[in-house]
Design a binder for this molecule. Structure first.
Ligand SMILES: [Zn+2]
Length: 477
């Protein structure tokens, strides 16, 4: 615990983020370069994310399973683009039990290959389809430049892997899961996202089409927050996933994969946080309400504490914590819970006991504007309503920020200016030449081609040729 002030978010966003993650005890640096330790508070947040997603996966017919951490090197080599894409970041095991292995084992960077190998064994007939499996686990990608939650050597995620009888079904699945991610981000994370398709250069290694939800962080950079891939028959052909169709003819299956990781914790921090610390959305916050008792002496304490205990019981269905630490002042506790982003604080002092009221203090609106007093006999209902209000207003605020910082450039010079501090939504001809030149000259990449497109056509912002789609250019994490 530290009383030192955080670096200013507006002046030094990167340092604000790095210090906040550690000081709010979400995660810490591991002894191994580029690895993180997720601390209990951060893990509790991740568990709430997991539950919110898992609910959606089950509701759409998926089941969970677990595949091995090790993948034979030869599996990765079976899909050419896949191995090219992942080779530079593989961790490879060559010795096991003191002996050199006959075949090196890769620590999974993602599991399409090993899942594909198993699906080829399990899928024989159209009756076996679709297969809708998800796994919760960890993966390893040997990243050079790392940042807690956003890019670490090892991270936690879920990866869905599905197989279907037709291309159409697989494409529908890809978009269904993209929609599940968007619904989760918006409704549980209060993080506005733009669902869209990745350009060829930005898509997953081995995919036919990759889709993403892109979110704007508090410094206007983009964060890819979840992805869903239509893999066509690429992995089915590489791993021989074949089935007999209704006409008794042998067909390759169509597959998808989709993932969302602990990166999303970073999205929550960078979307909502402020100079005082985290601001967590009520639906995902490990602690939704903290009760801080206020008293100056034992006599006051003896009157205040029974009400604190009563309030805690009354709010039982919520994730509630009473901060009864003796040695700390209320002011210190306020700062501490503000740093940790607890959405609602309830202060209870001798006057509140007398009047039968409790004081609410919102985390998303600090100071007087976020304060209110509620009658104790309506507490649970008022808390429920307040948490909903906070959740909704966090989303509105983040959405307004994104809209205020998304612009349509009239020409290339304007695009260059916009991406210094925002997103540029613009016509693009689709050629990787234009995309690469813009990337070289501005460091902005195509984030996604939004699913929601305007009617008509326009001129490519770089080459001027007729373009059918608009794309978002932005600097990204
Ligand atoms: Zn162009």
């Amino acid at each position: 615990m530290s009383t030192e002030k955080l670096p200013s978010r507006s002046e030094n966003f990167a340092e604000w983020y790095n210090q906040l993650v550690v000081r709010a005890e979400l995660a810490d640096y591991a002894p191994v370069r580029g690895c993180m330790v997720v601390r209990p508070y951060g893990w509790a947040l991740w568990e709430n994310i997991q539950q919110a997603l898992d609910r959606r996966f089950k509701a759409t017919g998926h089941v969970n399973a677990a595949f091995p951490l090790f993948i034979p090197m030869s599996f990765l080599e079976k899909e050419k683009q896949h191995v090219e894409g992942f080779s530079p970041e593989l961790a490879v095991v060559t010795i096991g039990g003191g002996e050199k292995l006959e075949e090196p084992l890769v620590v999974r960077p993602t599991s399409e290959t090993i899942v594909g190998a198993m699906y080829s064994k399990w899928i024989k007939s159209y009756r076996d389809l679709p297969v809708l499996i998800n796994q919760w686990g960890n993966v390893v990608r040997w990243e050079m430049r790392t940042k807690l939650f956003l890019r670490t050597l090892e991270f936690y995620w879920q990866e869905g892997h599905t197989a279907h009888a037709t291309s159409q079904e697989a494409e529908e699945e890809t978009l269904r899961m993209l929609d599940a991610y968007a619904d989760f981000a918006v409704n549980d994370g209060a993080v506005p996202v733009v669902p869209g398709r990745k350009s060829n250069a930005e898509k997953f290694a081995g995919a036919v089409d990759s889709y993403t939800i892109e979110a704007m962080m508090g410094d206007t950079r983009a964060l890819q927050s979840g992805t869903s891939h239509f893999l066509g028959q690429n992995f089915a052909k590489a791993f021989d996933i074949k089935f007999l169709d209704k006409q008794n003819e042998l067909q390759y299956a169509w597959t998808t994969s989709w993932g969302l990781s602990t990166r999303f914790v970073g999205a929550i921090i960078m979307t909502h946080g402020d100079d005082k610390g985290l601001v967590l959305p009520p639906k995902l916050a490990p602690i939704q309400i903290v009760i801080v008792p206020i008293y100056r002496n034992d006599e006051e304490k003896s009157r205040v504490m029974p009400m604190v205990e009563w309030v805690q019981r009354e709010l039982n269905p919520f994730r509630v914590h009473a901060d009864t630490r003796e040695e700390l002042t209320p002011g210190f506790k306020y700062n501490d819970w503000e740093l940790r982003g607890v959405p609602l604080r309830i202060e209870i002092g001798p006057k509140d006991v007398e009047k039968g009221t409790a004081a609410f203090a919102r985390r998303d609106i600090l100071g007087k504007a976020g304060k209110s007093f509620v009658p104790a006999d309506q507490l649970a209902a008022q808390v429920a309503e307040m948490l909903q209000t906070i959740q909704a207003s966090m989303y509105e605020k983040a959405l307004a920020f994104r809209e205020n910082n998304t612009h349509t450039p009239k020409n290339y010079a304007e695009l260059k200016e916009i991406i210094q501090n925002g997103w540029a939504l613009t016509w693009w001809c689709g050629s990787s030449d234009c995309e690469n030149k813009i990337k070289e000259e501005t460091k902005a990449t195509t984030r996604c081609i939004p699913l929601d497109q305007p009617a008509g056509t326009g001129a490519c912002i770089y080459c001027g040729s007729t373009s059918k789609e608009k794309v978002i250019f932005a600097r990204s994490y």
